[in-house]
Write a protein that binds this ligand. Structure first.
Ligand code: BEZ
Ligand code: FE
Length: 302
């Protein structure tokens, strides 16, 4: 006897699983078609197949339920443990990719992450966004262009990044000045913008909750390679939310949220010494594309 013996016939459980899946679908169909029903059907089908393949013991099932319960207990307005779970499973990045497919040549979109603020005041071209002056100076020059390489004038470029300890201003409001390492620039007639800041450091996602524990128990990493976030909006273009990574960061190949793409590599150059701290420069180009409806209209004409 192996616990799966039905007495009259041995079964691997797949028949029972299939019957349950069909019965669930039958009940759903009585309620009529809906997007929610479609999602529930697809989820339950896969859950039944997963349980049949994995055959969790009752103890394992209870551990899974306890884990999900703890994730729920950790989630509140300040900390979204469910989003963190989606991030480390690659689900957030996949949803972003599927919803923001861009034509070849356009800069890919990425998740905004939890540290974005929309209320940053406009910042003068060339100004420093380091409001505490802590860290190695970094001069950023950039250009916003369209798919033909023409500069986009008057685009709004929002920028935010972590400090030299890998912490965002809104993670430690008592230790960093408000709006530290955040800016909002407007591009000039050639689509250019520039600002001074400090070189950001990579950081780790929180390890003190159930998601952090899951990741480390699996032998995976919580690190995010150093990056600067950008959100670019301009009339006639799809808003772009993206990261520019430090391609030399040792964690570049193991971003905990699977957000690194070859098009998003930034090359930081070390500037010649001037007797002060090490100085860096970063030059980047971000390529916008028309909004989806406009792209469809253009394609329809071709
Ligand atoms: C971030 O880069 O700020 C971030 C993105 C997703 C999850 C956690 C952090
Ligand atoms: Fe970030």
């Amino acid at each position: 006897m192996d616990g799966h013996d039905t007495g009259s016939r041995r079964t691997d459980g797949s028949a029972e699983g299939a019957e349950l899946t069909l019965e669930f679908a039958r009940r759903l169909s009585e309620a009529g078609p809906s997007r929610l029903g479609e999602a529930a059907q697809a989820t339950v089908e896969r859950l039944h197949a997963l349980v049949t393949a994995l055959r969790p013991t009752s103890d394992e099932f209870r551990i899974a339920i306890d884990f999900l319960t703890e994730v729920g207990h950790y989630a509140d307005a300040r900390r979204q443990e469910w989003v963190l779970l989606a991030d480390v499973l690659g689900v957030s990045s996949l949803v972003e990719d599927l919803n923001t497919r861009r034509p070849a040549g356009a800069t890919p979109n990425t998740v905004a992450g939890p540290f974005y603020r929309s209320d940053v005041p406009e910042t003068a071209q060339g100004a420093s966004i380091s409001r505490d002056g802590k860290g190695e100076p970094l001069a950023v020059t950039g250009r916003i262009v369209d798919l033909d390489g023409q500069g986009v004038a008057g685009a709004t470029v929002e920028v935010w990044h972590a400090n030299a300890d890998g912490r965002y201003e809104n993670q430690e409001p008592d230790r960093q000045p408000e709006f530290n390492l955040r800016g909002r620039f407007r591009t000039d007639l050639q689509g250019r913008f520039r600002f001074a800041t400090i070189k950001p450091r990579g950081y780790a996602l929180p390890s003190d909750g159930p998601v952090g524990r899951l990741v480390t128990t699996l032998g995976l990493r919580l690190e995010r390679p150093a990056h600067i976030h950008f959100r670019v909006s301009a009339d006639g273009f799809e808003t772009l939310t993206t990261h520019v990574y430090d391609e030399a960061d040792p964690a570049i190949g193991r971003d905990a949220i699977f957000g690194v793409k070859p098009e998003l590599m930034g090359r930081y150059r070390v500037l010649p010494p001037d007797g002060g701290p090490r100085r860096h420069a970063l030059d980047l180009t971000l390529v916008l594309c028309p909004p989806p409806a406009e792209r469809a209209r253009i394609q329809g004409r071709l």
